[in-house]
Design a protein around this ligand. Structure first.
Ligand SMILES: [Zn+2]
Length: 462
C-alpha cells in the first residue's frame, strides 16, 4: 500500500465500524476490519487514526468561484476557494458555469475549466447554468454533447429577470423534457422574479433601504410559489428536478409531498439556512448576510432541520459566493446594491459534523448529506464514500477538538464571514485528496493544480 490509515472508525451512510484503510495509486484498495487476520496492512506511509473518525471527503455541490456578479467578481478564485474547501474536508467542488447568450454549453464549461484547473486544490466538476436557448431553441440540441463532456446537470434561474439570466416557464419546460432524455438533471433556483421586482420598487420608492428589506422583498411566499411551480412542471412532464438552496417551510412541504407521491424531486439546503434566521438582516452588519434566497423565519429553519433528519432534504451544499467587506459596503444605504452571496465552503462539513457530534443528526446522516448523496445524484461514481475502489478522498475528524470559526483561521481570500465566532464541536485534522495529504492540522499542505476535472456520468439517480 502507498498509505495505510490505521485504527480509525470508518463512517459510511449506513453506519460506523473500526477498520484500517489501505490506499494504492490514489484509490481505496483494502478496508480491513480486523478479526483474525487484522492489523496486517503495511504501507509506505502509515497514519495512526486512533480516536479519529475516517470520513469520505465531502462534495460541495453548489459554489460560485471567481464569478462575475453584482458588479464585481466573487472574492474566491478557483485556487482560493478549492484550497479553503480541502481545509474544511471538501474534496470535490461543483462550480456553476454560467452560459450566456450566443455561447454553447461545452464552450462555456471549457472556458471555466481553463480558469479553474491550473490552481485547483480539490477535484472540480461543473454544472452549467443555462440563461439563453438561442434562435429556435438551438441550444437544446447541444444537451447530449454536454452530457458526453461530463456536464450532467443544468441550473435554471427562475429569478434574475432584469439581470438577463431568468429562464421563463416555457423555456423551463423545454429544458426539463430535453434534459431528461440526455440523462441530465435540471436544478432550479426557485424564487418569483415579478413579485421580487415589484416589492423592491415599492420599498425603494418609500425610502425603505436597509438589509431587512432585502428579506421582505423576497420572503417565504415568494420562494414557495416558485418551488411549487417547478414541482408542478416536473410532475406534469415526468421530469427529474433538483431544487437548490431550499430555504422555506412551504417549499419543504411541497418537496415532501412530491417525494411521497413517488416523484424524482430532490432538494438541497445550505448551512446558512439551518443556522440563521431573517433576524440577521436587522443587525448592524446585516448586509454581510445578504444572499438569495435570504434567510427565513424561525419556522422555516425548524422545518429545514426536520426535513434534514427525515431525508426530505437530500443534500447540504454551500452556495459559496463570498464578497469583500468593501463590496458589501456598497449597499450600506441601499440593499439593492449589496452583492448577493456569503462564504461557506470551508464551514459546510465541520458545521454538519458538529451537528452530528452534538446529537442533532447522526454521523451517517452528515456523511450522506454532504458526501454520499451528492456524489451519487450528480454522477460521480468514484466519490463520496470510503469504499474499496473509490478515490481515496478521506478526512480524519477529531470529535474532541473544539474550533471557533474566524476569518483569521479560514483559507479563503475573503475578509469577512457570516460564520465569524461560530463555535464547532469537533474538527477535521487531515484531508487526503486521492491519497495525497492536502490539509494537516490547520495548514494547507497540497500543491495547487493537483485537483482534476471530473467527467461525470448520468445525474438524477439515487
Ligand atoms: Zn447559487
Amino acid at each position: 500500500m502507498d498509505l495505510v490509515i490505521k485504527n480509525g472508525i470508518v463512517v459510511s451512510g449506513a453506519g460506523e465500524y473500526r477498520a484500517d484503510v489501505g490506499v494504492k495509486d490514489g484509490r481505496i484498495a483494502v478496508i480491513d476490519g480486523g478479526g483474525a487476520s487484522g492489523g496486517g496492512l503495511r504501507g509506505v506511509e502509515t497514519v495512526d487514526a486512533s480516536g479519529l473518525y475516517v470520513l469520505p471527503g465531502a462534495v460541495d455541490a453548489h459554489t460560485h468561484l471567481q464569478m462575475p456578479f453584482g458588479g464585481t467578481v466573487s472574492a474566491d478564485s478557483y485556487e482560493a476557494g478549492t484550497r479553503a474547501a480541502v481545509c474544511g474536508g471538501v474534496t470535490t467542488v461543483f462550480d456553476y458555469a454560467i452560459q450566456r447568450k450566443g455561447k454553447g454549453i461545452v464552450r462555456t464549461v471549457e472556458e471555466r475549466r481553463a480558469l479553474a484547473e491550473p490552481g485547483a486544490c480539490a477535484d472540480i466538476a461543473f454544472h452549467c447554468a443555462i440563461t439563453d436557448l438561442g434562435e429556435g431553441c438551438a441550444l437544446l440540441d447541444e444537451f447530449p454533447k454536454a452530457a458526453d463532456y461530463g456536464v450532467s446537470s443544468f441550473k435554471c434561474f427562475m429569478v434574475y429577470k432584469k439581470e438577463g439570466m431568468m429562464i421563463d416557464d416555457g423555456m423551463l419546460m423545454r429544458i426539463m423534457e430535453k434534459a431528461g432524455e440526455a440523462g441530465i438533471l435540471t436544478n432550479v433556483h426557485a424564487e418569483n422574479p415579478d413579485a421580487i421586482d415589484a416589492r423592491i420598487a415599492a420599498f425603494i420608492a418609500s425610502g425603505k433601504t436597509s438589509p431587512w428589506y432585502h428579506y421582505l422583498s423576497r420572503p417565504e411566499f415568494v420562494e414557495a410559489e416558485a418551488v411549487k411551480r417547478a414541482v408542478h412542471w416536473a410532475k406534469a412532464l415526468g421530469a427529474k428536478l433538483y431544487i437548490v438552496h431550499l430555504a422555506c417551510k412551504e417549499g419543504v412541504e411541497e418537496v415532501a409531498r412530491a417525494k411521497a407521491e413517488g416523484y424524482a424531486v430532490f432538494a438541497e439546503t445550505c448551512p446558512q439556512y439551518l443556522e440563521f434566521t431573517s433576524d440577521v438582516y436587522k443587525r448592524e452588519d446585516g448586509r454581510n448576510f445578504v444572499c438569495s434566497p435570504p434567510m427565513k423565519g424561525a419556522e422555516s429553519r425548524e422545518a429545514l432541520w426536520r426535513a434534514v433528519k427525515a431525508g426530505v432534504i437530500d443534500t447540504v451544499a454551500t452556495d459559496h459566493c463570498p464578497f469583500m467587506q468593501a463590496e458589501k459596503d456598497w449597499g450600506r444605504d441601499d440593499f439593492t446594491k449589496i452583492p448577493n452571496g456569503c462564504a461557506g465552503i470551508e464551514n459546510l462539513y465541520p458545521y454538519m459534523l458538529s451537528a452530528a457530534n452534538t446529537g442533532r443528526i447522526s454521523f451517517s446522516q452528515a456523511v450522506r448529506l454532504c458526501a454520499e448523496t451528492p456524489a451519487k445524484l450528480f454522477g460521480c461514481p468514484s466519490k463520496g464514500s470510503v469504499t474499496v475502489g473509490k478515490d481515496a478522498d478521506i478526512v480524519l475528524y477529531d470529535r474532541a477538538r473544539d474550533f471557533t470559526v474566524s476569518v483569521k483561521n479560514m483559507h479563503s481570500d475573503y475578509d469577512q464571514t457570516i460564520w465569524e465566532g461560530k463555535p464547532l464541536k469537533g474538527y477535521p485534522v487531515k484531508t487526503f485528496l486521492r491519497g495525497k495529504l492536502v490539509y494537516d492540522n490547520g495548514n494547507y499542505v497540497g500543491v495547487p493544480g493537483q485537483g482534476r476535472y471530473i467527467k461525470r456520468s448520468e445525474s438524477g439517480c439515487l
